[in-house]
Design a binder for this molecule. Structure first.
Ligand SMILES: [Zn+2]
Length: 148
């Protein structure tokens, strides 16, 4: 289905002006009909995907929280956990798992085999499991290093 630049903007939650900019930058395909651009609805998905896949790194999140003056790092970490839940990226100990963000012990996960399967373990600062795909942005924002 073909839609107008205004409709595309509404879908993407951006202005018509920004849509025209994206067309000019060749990030969004469009066809000019008369003096109006029409956009293939299907092509919006590429833009949507790009926006969705933008994940804040742990460092970026902490930088944003730095605007909250007088708050210690550990309080900031607990604040993030209270908003998005504990990280699925866990620091594994011999007997326990800890949230890689705030350090809270997560003993309950050991009782739930299915949950454990979806955890991504970190040992010595390295990811050791290959199940990162199962993580959501809440979890992946913990990643402050590049992954292959
Ligand atoms: Zn936590």
């Amino acid at each position: 289905m073909m839609i107008s630049a205004q409709q595309a903007g509404d879908r993407l939650g951006i202005s018509k002006r920004r849509v025209l900019q994206l067309i000019k930058l060749k990030r969004l395909k469009a066809t000019k009909v008369g003096n109006q651009y029409t956009i293939h609805e299907e092509d919006l998905k590429h833009i949507l995907k790009r926006n969705e896949s933008r994940v804040l790194t742990y460092v970026e999140v902490m930088e944003k929280l730095n605007d909250l003056h007088g708050m210690s790092d550990i309080v900031k970490k607990h604040l993030v956990c209270s908003m998005v839940g504990h990280s699925k990226l866990v620091v594994a100990d011999r007997k326990a798992y800890y949230c890689a963000r705030c350090g809270t012990a997560m003993f309950d996960v050991l009782l739930d085999a299915e949950k454990v399967a979806h955890l991504v373990q970190i040992r010595d600062g390295k990811l050791t499991a290959s199940n990162l795909q199962g993580c959501k942005w809440q979890d992946t924002l913990m990643v402050d290093f590049e992954l292959d």
